[in-house]
Design a binder for this molecule. Sequence first.
Ligand code: PBG
Length: 338
Amino acid sequence: MNVVRAENKYEQVMSYPITRPRRLRRTSALRALVRETELSMGDLIAPLFVVSGSGIKRAIGSLPGHDHLSVDMVAEEALALSKIGVKGVLLFGLPETKDPLGSSACDERGVVQQATRAIKRELPDLLVIADLCFCEYTSHGHCGVLLNGEVDNDLTLVETRKQALSLAQAGVDIIAPSGMMDGVVGAIRSCLDEAGYQQTVIMAYSAKYASSFYGPFREAADSAPSHGDRQGYQMDPANTEEALREIALDLEEGADIVMVKPALSYLDVISRAKQQFRVPLAAYNVSGEYAMVKAAAGQGLIDHDRMMLEILTSIRRAGADLVITYFAKDAARFLRHN
Ligand code: PBG
């Protein structure tokens, strides 16, 4: 037997044939006994897409299994999700009208605001999370106010305060700013606190990368930029240190939960963020990650359910406490409801 001195502890390292790691893999009960990462429905957040109008439940072509829902249909879907163990929904809105400022995002009668009220009326305990951004609401599809062709940070913060306040007034539990504007968490926190919404939680999309994995979402949310791209505000996929700086800044500004997005190509970032900050950490298993599995499964190339569970487990294993995922409904067939 070799006794190896690790940092602060003694580890016994015995070798074959005394040691046989396969012993603990032999049966399903043994594997469950020593499993390190648990996945349960309570860890998953389901995105929903709300459209204006009524009586609408229309399949979203780019996201198989998901629908555009009008306000009157959204509570029904939320109820179905809550019945299968989902604890929170993340709302995205496709408004009736768009303008350069994205002002319909701040309208108390906006689609997300109305959907929030409708869900809260029926299901007061279901967490309603609102994505706070402007790309679905601006005529140009960028995530804020344009000045000389660029998204102006501080002008966008002015509009952000309005949107945050209208979402809080509608009764959302959590506001999730996803536009990657500097100072956005502080701006939202101070505005909410001044208005008496000290208990509204902020889940910051702190490390959000300029990713090709958002493709199917942009079709679903009608939010592709009409010119240019988002590299001026979203992060360069090559960077990790920058992600850690972004997270530190958001925590300083008062973020309650921080996020890394996308998840799969950024598991290393999730892992480092968890190790460094030890705060509640979300990961967004984004639309392209979902669509790839659906497409491959549709062609019979992979086993859909096993791949889905492996992906969700890997995101939790890397360090995410909660996972925003289009798989929530599919996963419910396999997971514990707590
Ligand atoms: C809004 C927003 C996006 C996503 C979440 N919030 C799109 C984007 O940044 O272009 C992407 C989610 C997904 O792909 O599932 N800014």
